[in-house]
Design a protein around this ligand. Structure first.
Ligand SMILES: [Zn+2]
Length: 291
């Protein structure tokens, strides 16, 4: 929806949901990560840009809010990926804001960032419900305003580019279950980390799930009785992709193979099992066959 020309925001969904799309190195075709301002005295979700001019845009917007008596409450990280956290330390220092994230995210970024407050599923941040939605990242959270139906969605969906599910931290069955949970809540608007606010999120979730299952069917049909390597399976399942994109597609194909294995529909050749008898992490080196 259009913003007044004097607004510093890229999108203003509502007074409690504003977005600054800030240029950030991320996965093409996306070129920006949204810094989302959630709430009147807002939580700043996913400040990520490493660029000084872009950081200034965010700081200016937040200082203007502070001047009007609605200064930011803190920084919330949806997950640990580099294109979501790159300005958190800077912003924390510059504006004296503390960083909040899921405990798993805190653990994954402990070497580079100090998370002051860990968040868990069900926590309430001034009316924003915290939902733990693993699958794309094990510590992924979204924020949900149950009254207005607004959701800050991180990398659960995108309106530019695709969501990569990259094992072992990414897990396809878990990602699909998290999407199903979001769908059940019937959000009216989801602001993703990349691209414009999504105003028909349930339809987009359905599209995502259908697309994933279609891809999974292609991965399954690329399997035969003979063990096959991941790159062959990937090329069969993603025939339309330019060769340069195949390594990324291979990560998703591996995530689908892991799910098919869990469902008894695929089997790795010579699957290694650890001493506790638990299933090991899937590896790109494994050969796969139909089960
Ligand atoms: Zn991500």
């Amino acid at each position: 929806m259009p913003s007044p020309t004097e607004s510093p925001f890229t999108w203003s969904v509502a007074p409690t949901l504003k977005v600054l799309a800030l240029r950030t190195p991320t996965l093409p075709p996306a070129t920006a990560t949204n810094a989302v301002l959630a709430g009147h005295a807002p939580w700043v979700v996913d400040p990520a840009t490493p660029h000084a001019a872009e950081r200034d845009r965010l700081v200016d917007a937040l200082e203007a809010l502070r001047d009007s008596g609605e200064g930011p409450r803190g920084i919330v990280l949806t997950h640990h990926h580099a294109d979501h956290i790159g300005a958190a330390a800077y912003l924390s220092e510059r504006l004296g804001l503390e960083i909040w994230a899921h405990a798993r995210t805190a653990e994954l970024i402990a070497d580079t960032l100090t998370v002051s407050h860990t968040l868990a599923d069900g926590d309430d941040l001034d009316g924003w419900r915290v939902l733990h939605t693993p699958g794309h990242a094990s510590g992924h959270i979204v924020l949900f305003d149950e009254v207005r139906g607004f959701m800050v969605g991180g990398d659960m969906l995108a309106s530019v580019g695709t969501i990569v599910v990259d094992p072992p931290d990414g897990h396809m069955a878990t990602y699909l279950a998290s999407l199903a949970r979001l769908r059940e809540l019937g959000p009216k608007v989801i602001v993703p980390a990349h691209g414009a606010p999504i105003d028909r999120p349930v339809a987009l979730i359905d599209h995502y799930v259908a697309h994933r299952l279609q891809r999974e069917a292609r991965v399954a049909s690329a399997l035969g009785p003979e063990p096959r390597p991941l790159d062959l399976i990937t090329r069969a399942a993603y025939p339309e992709l330019a060769p340069v994109l195949l390594p990324l597609a291979a990560r998703s194909a591996l995530a689908h193979l892991e799910k098919l294995w869990e469902e008894g529909r695929a089997a790795p050749h010579e699957a290694p099992v650890d001493t506790q008898g638990r299933r090991p992490t899937v590896s790109p080196q494994l050969l796969w066959r139909a089960a």
